[in-house]
Design a protein around this ligand. Structure first.
Ligand code: NAD
Ligand code: ZN
Length: 356
C-alpha cells in the first residue's frame, strides 16, 4: 500500500472515487508480466464502480456525484466504429494494454513525490481515486448497489453479451459453454435469460461443475472423460450438434471444438477467450460450407456508454442475477487475498471494498 497523489482531471477526463473493485485475470496477467514488456510501477484494476468527484474541461455529460462504471475500452461516439451499430471497437478509446499515460497529454495523473506511476487500461481502479477518460465511463442508475454492479464493468458483461448480443440463442434452444470461469458462467447466465432449454457446460476442471448448476447449466462434459473429441460427444447428445456455442477458455482446442460442435445448417459459435498471441487453429472449410457460423466478440459487443446502463437495469429488474458471481469480499487492505484466491482458482469474483 502506498500513498499516491492523484492529479485533477484534464480535458475530457473525470476523477472518480472508487467504491468497489474486483480482480479479473487480466490484472493478474499484467501483474505477473510474463507475456509482455513490463510497465512498472503501475496501478492495476479495471473492474469497478465509483462516484464522480470532479470533471475536467469539455466534459458535459457527467457531473460530480454521478455513479459510474469505468471500462477498459471506451466509446468516443464519433469514430466509424462508434457510429456503426455493429461495432464497439472505438478507434480512439479501444483497449490499449501498453499505454501507461492519459491520451490528452501523454502524462500520468498518479505520482509519489513527483515520480510517475503508470496507469493500467485507462482505469487503474486499485486506488481510492483515479482519473479516467470520460469516454470510458458508463453513467448508471444511482440506485444500483455499487458493491454488486461493479462486476459488470468487465468479465460478466463480456460473457453475458457474447450470448445475448452475438450468439443470440432462441427460446428453447441448446447452448454449449466451453470454460466455466466467471466469463463462461456469465455466458450461461445469458443463455438462461434467453430461455435456452439445454445448457451444456464443458470444462477440464470438474470442480467447476457444482458452482455451474446455480447458473442453469443442465449437463456437464469433461473432455478428459472421453476418448473422442468433445464435439462428437456433443453431436451425439444433441442429435447432430447444439444450436449455439460460446467459447470462454482462451485455448485453441476448445475453440475448434466449440465451432465444430454446432449444428450444420444454423449453428453459431462465438469465441470470447483470449488466446496466446501466436496461437492458430485449423478446421475443415466444409464445416463452414455446411452453414455453420463462427464469430468473435470483444466485451460482449456492448458499447460501454450506450449499453452498460441497460445491463445494470437488467440486474435492477431482477432479470440478471449477479449475487451468484460474488464468492468473496475483502477490504482494500486485504487486496492480496483477492490475488491469492485467483491464483488458486478459487471462487468467481472477489469484491474489494475501498472503504469510506
Ligand atoms: P477462467 O480461467 O476463470 O476460466 C476458464 C475455464 O476454462 C477454466 O475453468 C478452465 O478449466 C477451462 N478450460 C481451459 N481449457 C479448456 C478446454 N480446452 N476445454 C474446456 N475447458 C477448458 O477464465 P475467465 O476469467 O472466465 O475468462 C475466460 C476467457 O475470457 C479468458 O481467455 C479471458 O482472457 C477471456 N476474456 C475475453 C474478453 C473479450 O472481450 N473477448 C474479455 C474478458 C475476458
Ligand atoms: Zn469511437
Amino acid at each position: 500500500m502506498e500513498q499516491v497523489e492523484v492529479a485533477p482531471p484534464q480535458t475530457m477526463e473525470v476523477r472518480i472515487k472508487i467504491k468497489h473493485t474486483s480482480l479479473c485475470h487480466t490484472d493478474l496477467y499484467f501483474w505477473e508480466a510474463k507475456g509482455q514488456a513490463p510497465l512498472f510501477p503501475r496501478i492495476f484494476g479495471h473492474e469497478a464502480a465509483g462516484i464522480v468527484e470532479s470533471v475536467g474541461e469539455g466534459v458535459s455529460d457527467l457531473q460530480t456525484g454521478d455513479h459510474v462504471l469505468p471500462v477498459f475500452t471506451g466509446e468516443c461516439k464519433e469514430c466509424a466504429h462508434c457510429k456503426s451499430e455493429d461495432s464497439n471497437m472505438c478507434d480512439l478509446l479501444r483497449i490499449n494494454t501498453d499505454r501507461g499515460v492519459m491520451l490528452t497529454d501523454g502524462k500520468s495523473r498518479f505520482s509519489i513525490d513527483g515520480k510517475r506511476i503508470n496507469h493500467f487500461l485507462g482505469t487503474s481502479t486499485f486506488s481510492e481515486y483515479t482519473v479516467v477518460h470520460s469516454g470510458c465511463l458508463a453513467k448508471i442508475n444511482p440506485l444500483a448497489p455499487l458493491d454488486k454492479v461493479c462486476i459488470l464493468s468487465c468479465g460478466i458483461s463480456t460473457g453475458l453479451g457474447a450470448t445475448l448480443n452475438v450468439a443470440k440463442p432462441k427460446k428453447g434452444s441448446s447452448v454449449a459453454i466451453f470454460g466455466l470461469g466467471a466469463v463462461g458462467l456469465a455466458a450461461a447466465e445469458g443463455a438462461r435469460i434467453a430461455g435456452a432449454s439445454r445448457i451444456i457446460g464443458i470444462d477440464l476442471n470438474p470442480n467447476r461443475f457444482e458452482e455451474a448448476k446455480k447458473f442453469g447449466v443442465t449437463e456437464f462434459i469433461n473432455p478428459k472423460d472421453h476418448d473422442r473429441p468433445v464435439q462428437q460427444v456433443i453431436a451425439d447428445m444433441t442429435d447432430g450438434g447444439v444450436d449455439r456455442s460460446v467459447e470462454c477458455t482462451g485455448h485453441t482446442e476448445a475453440m475448434v471444438s466449440a465451432f465444430e460442435c454446432v449444428h450444420d445448417g444454423w449453428g453459431v459459435a462465438v469465441l470470447v477467450g483470449v488466446p496466446n498471441k501466436d496461437a492458430a487453429f485449423m478446421t475443415k472449410p466444409i464445416n463452414l460450407l455446411n452453414e455453420r457460423t463462427i464469430k468473435g466478440t470483444f466485451f460482449g459487443n456492448y458499447k460501454p456508454r450506450t449499453d452498460l446502463p441497460s445491463v445494470v437495469e437488467m440486474y435492477m429488474n431482477k432479470k440478471l442475477e449477479l449475487e451468484k458471481f460474488i464468492t468473496h469480499r475483502v477490504s482494500f487492505s486485504d487486496i492480496n487475498r483477492a490475488f491469492e484466491l485467483m491464483l488458486r482458482g478459487e471462487g468467481l469474483r472477489c469484491i474489494i471494498n475501498m472503504g469510506e
